[in-house]
Design a protein around this ligand. Structure first.
Ligand SMILES: [Zn+2]
Ligand SMILES: [Zn+2]
Length: 465
């Protein structure tokens, strides 16, 4: 009898974070499905942001909404004293990739947006983990604070950069985040820095056949600029990435285009290299305008630092991921995966790899994310789980499809459990945070001073209009 009483009281005090997360699993999945259906674009995520906020508010989180002059950005805080853990939550979708939860191409709403980067799972898992950590704080009476950052417009809107620039990460000791993927990995990784801009050329309209000498073509400006940048490619560091789309090429062939626009992204693993390359692209634009007797307006659209890995934190999260293990599919999920994989070009992972954790080794990712800026300010750690059928690339309809099924849900729950476990570990191990902070300081170098690559521009709230 006496032993039974002791055990019971021990159990109350040793609140099990994993159980607390799993208890909230069904509600988390429902939240993810809801945001998957909303599929709202960057800075327009009104319903998605509200759904996440509602869950946090119901658990007693204090909400700051509309932070950093972004209506859909928020910070939700719980607890007091001790360590402050930040958790990032994304929720924006991508244009044109609407897709039903089926293994063959079938838009749910023709031409509409879809969660092709899995940010519905990202937001829902982060919030689910935060709620469970709040439960844990309350049950244990442990000191500590949890802050959820609702970060809009990751896809080309740099939501986190404005939140970072506003100083909202200043009182945070460590940041946890994750990303949906097609494998399970907590290896340390870096991304590229990225800076983008819209170049709008202004010419003079005229009849293209009867008075071409009276016109000056804005499209010529765009084409000459592109030609120069394409020549430049031979003379840039090999790990650079420069890509563009012509967003306006004029209206009709018989009118000399009065306006034309090209939208550029410039990337490289080093932020200062990106700044230099972007300046060279700007020079090409100015020279093109001069040579075509047009004018050019340049608007910097977004800019991200490269993600700075933190090996101290990655090791902790990797250990926890290995303890939790990978994901197994039911027969129906395997059937779905096999059918879907027939639509992929040479999948780089085998079906079944969702069951394993990838080896712990540094990876250089050529994509970019606004998590980069956060990682230069606060020790930050991220990971991926297999929310998509192995071999699925991000930004594909196949990612939207799996993200709306139990395959996506399983990856999401694994992510929530891993954030929960790692968050509670960090609350209990201040020495680990100290080591992570020392690692960040060394990586920053002695003269580091944060300056957003996008300068002092305001959030481009209408960039998806
Ligand atoms: Zn993406
Ligand atoms: Zn993403």
């Amino acid at each position: 009898m006496a032993i039974g009483v002791v055990l019971a009281s021990t159990m109350v005090h040793a609140a099990d974070i994993d159980q607390l997360v799993q208890k909230r699993g069904d509600a988390g999945v429902e939240l993810a499905d809801q945001i998957w259906r909303f599929a709202e674009l960057g800075y327009q995520e009104v319903e998605s942001s509200r759904a996440l906020q509602t869950m946090l508010k119901a658990r007693g989180f204090d909400l700051q909404t509309g932070v950093a002059d972004i209506p859909t950005a928020f910070v939700a805080s719980f607890g007091s004293g001790g360590t402050t853990i930040g958790i990032l939550a994304e929720f924006d979708a991508l244009p044109g990739l609407s897709q039903a939860a089926e293994p063959s191409r079938n838009p749910r709403v023709e031409g509409a947006a879809g969660h092709a980067c899995g940010h519905h799972l990202f937001g829902a898992a982060s919030v689910t983990a935060a709620l469970a950590i709040a439960d844990w704080l309350q049950e244990t009476g442990h000191a500590g604070r949890i802050k959820v950052f609702g970060t809009p417009a990751e896809e080309g809107g740099s939501g986190k950069v404005y939140i970072a620039r506003a100083g909202l990460f200043e009182d945070v000791d460590v940041v946890l985040h994750w990303h949906p993927g097609s494998s399970n990995s907590a290896s340390p990784y870096a991304t590229t820095a990225n800076k983008s801009g819209r170049f709008t050329f202004h010419g003079k309209a005229a009849h293209a056949a009867s008075a071409p000498d009276k016109g000056r073509s804005a499209l010529d400006g765009v084409e000459v600029m592109n030609y120069m940048v394409n020549m430049m490619r031979e003379h840039v560091p090999q790990t650079s990435r420069i890509h563009y789309v012509i967003t306006d090429g004029g209206d009709a062939p018989n009118i000399v285009p009065e306006q034309a626009q090209v939208y550029y992204y410039v990337r490289h693993p080093q932020a200062e290299t990106v700044v230099g390359l972007f300046d060279r692209v700007v020079n090409a634009a100015k020279a093109a305008a001069m040579g075509t007797e047009t004018e050019v307006d340049i608007e910097v659209m977004h800019g991200n630092y490269p993600v700075l890995p933190n090996h101290t934190l990655s090791k902790l999260v990797d250990d926890n991921l290995r303890a939790l293990g990978g994901i197994s599919y039911t027969k129906a999920e395997n059937d779905f995966a096999r059918t879907l994989r027939k639509t992929l070009i040479k999948p780089n992972l085998k079906l079944g790899s969702q069951r394993v954790i990838q080896p712990f080794q540094f990876r250089q990712n050529m994509g970019s994310t606004d998590v980069g800026d956060v990682s230069w300010l606060v020790p930050t750690v991220g990971f991926t789980t297999a929310t998509w059928v192995p071999g699925t690339p991000a930004h594909s309809w196949q990612a939207v499809a799996a993200g709306g099924t139990s395959i996506g849900h399983k990856g999401m729950i694994l992510a929530a459990r891993l954030i929960g476990k790692s968050g509670v570990d960090l609350l209990q191990k201040p020495e680990l945070i100290k080591a992570a902070a020392a690692e960040l300081k060394t990586a920053q170098g002695p003269n580091f001073k944060y300056a957003a690559l996008l300068g002092n521009r305001n959030p481009p709230l209408d960039y998806r209009n």
